[in-house]
Design a protein around this ligand. Structure first.
Ligand SMILES: *Cc1c(COP(=O)(O)O)cnc(C)c1O
Length: 475
């Protein structure tokens, strides 16, 4: 034990560390509070290590020599944002874990203008009186979707809950068993329905539901018919589901509202851009669905939001529901969504300016050109005998629970180190200054050109350089 006590004398004092040139320099950039707490935390850890007898004298001396560098790393970590940009090399365009849809700079200019100034958020400029924050989006959403009325809440899960709570609290909602889905982040349609106070009446079976199943379940306590887009999966084979338009006569006969949770909410015909045809919001409205809900940040390519479009009589009721206050959108969402929706007034502009649509519609020859540009940059910068870097064909995914079966041909840069395990390289890219998220398959790492923008190529080259150094054991 005496031995341990002796070892404590190798631990430098806080004041000594503050005298170090590199630490002094960091005080020019970093708040003093962060520098001090980083020093204290690392010294505490050092003390604990000695106390637990995990270091011998030699190791303690070694560590005391390196302690300033260890502290500088901690200062750097503490001083960086917790939420940071990353490069998406996965080829999954709407990747929920890394931020779903990107917002274009143009749209953000509008957000900047609104957020850094006062605005008419809830102020009617014609009457000089209180206005509604929902009014700004109403017109443009109706114009584009063809609906009678529209409102917006924080996300589509909130939209579904608000709709059901308003229309079916304490009453029954009929939904097919084939549509009782769970989407990412364990959002289950069933749980949301229960929270809303609506009573679920599941009909049919997983693979088959018929019109007579719906009709047989209708009783005096039925409040609505619900269709849910089975976003992230498909039932194939011996199946049949009732389409929204087939439910229309039933809804008319029994005078029930027909609700559809579309999930992604596509506003343009994706088949024009080489993807599978995905029913649009406009289709649902045209087919007589009374209320349609969808996300703002999936295929629509805007900010996180839950958009509700449909009949005015129902939307008026929703606006009076106290949940609307709890789910209300802020001015960032409203300004970003309005600017995004305006791009849809001209479809060509939407596909060009909305990053999600632009990436999804990118053609093979364009991807090929981009792959060549990037690999040329890599070859100029990187000398690596132990690794292979090449252009290969691959498949991108839409993601976000949209078009789950769609595999879009793409070009990737593949990197491998022969027999050497690729996981260390994957981790190095992930831990790079600007983290690069990639895909690993059969001991090769892939970077998909579809989701990497040209302005990110320099970062990718630098990141790969850094990763290779780490693989060599230099860093
Ligand atoms: C994604 C999705 C939701 C949830 O939308 P968020 O905007 O993520 O809350 C709800 N329903 C369906 C069918 C979905 O695909």
């Amino acid at each position: 034990m005496a031995n341990i006590k002796n070892l404590f004398r190798y631990i430098p004092k806080v004041d000594e560390i503050l005298e170090d040139e590199k630490v002094k320099e960091s005080l020019n950039r970093v708040p003093r509070k962060i520098v001090l707490s980083s020093i204290r935390e690392e010294l505490d850890l050092f003390r604990q290590e000695i106390r637990s007898n995990s270091l011998n004298e030699e190791e303690v001396i070694e560590k005391s020599k390196n302690i300033v560098d260890i502290i500088l790393t901690r200062i750097k970590d503490k001083n960086s944002y917790a939420l940071r940009r990353v490069v998406n090399g996965t080829g999954v365009v709407i990747h929920t874990n890394i931020g779903r849809s990107l917002i274009s700079k143009e749209v953000m200019e509008n957000v900047f203008e609104i957020a850094t100034n006062y605005s008419n958020l809830e102020y009617d400029l014609t009457t000089g009186e209180r206005g509604s924050r929902y009014s700004h989006l109403r017109e443009i959403l109706c114009e584009i979707t063809g609906a009678e009325d529209a409102m917006v809440v924080n996300n589509n899960a909130a939209a579904v809950m608000l709709v059901l709570s308003t229309i079916a609290k304490g009453r029954e909602v009929i939904v097919s068993r084939g549509e009782l889905i769970e989407i990412g982040g364990s959002f289950r349609i069933l749980d949301v329905m229960e929270e809303s106070g609506a009573i679920l009446r599941a009909v049919g079976t997983t693979n088959k539901t018929h019109l007579y199943d719906y009709e047989g379940a209708i009783n005096e306590n039925t409040a609505a018919l619900l269709k849910v887009h089975t976003s992230n999966y498909r039932i194939l084979g011996f199946t049949s589901q009732v389409l929204a338009e087939e439910l229309y006569p039933l809804k008319e006969k029994y005078n029930l509202p027909l609700i559809e949770d579309l999930g992604s909410g596509v506003l343009i015909d994706l088949s024009k851009y080489g993807l599978e045809y995905e029913p649009t919001v406009q289709d649902s409205i045209r087919k007589g669905v009374d209320i349609v809900t969808f996300s703002g940040d999936k295929l629509l390519g805007g900010p996180q939001a839950g958009i509700i479009v449909g009949k005015k009589e129902y939307i008026d009721k929703m606006k009076k529901n106290p949940l609307t206050r709890a789910f209300r959108v802020d001015k960032f969402t409203i300004s970003a969504l309005e600017a995004t929706m305006r791009l849809y007034l001209d479809e060509e502009i939407a596909v060009e300016k909305i990053p999600t649509l632009k990436m999804l519609s990118m053609k093979a020859n364009e991807l090929g050109k981009r792959a060549k540009t990037l690999i040329k940059m890599l070859n100029e910068k990187i000398k690596c005998d132990s690794c292979n870097i090449e252009i290969v064909d691959g498949y991108s995914e839409v993601g976000g629970g949209s078009l789950p079966l769609e595999r879009i041909p793409t070009k990737c840069i593949s990197i491998d180190f022969g027999e050497k395990n690729i996981t260390g390289f994957e981790r190095a890219l992930r831990e790079f200054r600007i983290p690069i998220i990639s895909r690993v398959y059969k001991n090769k790492l892939y970077l998909d050109l579809r989701t990497i923008r040209e302005e990110e190529y320099d970062i990718v080259v630098e990141g790969i350089e850094y990763g290779i150094e780490r693989m060599k054991g230099c860093i």
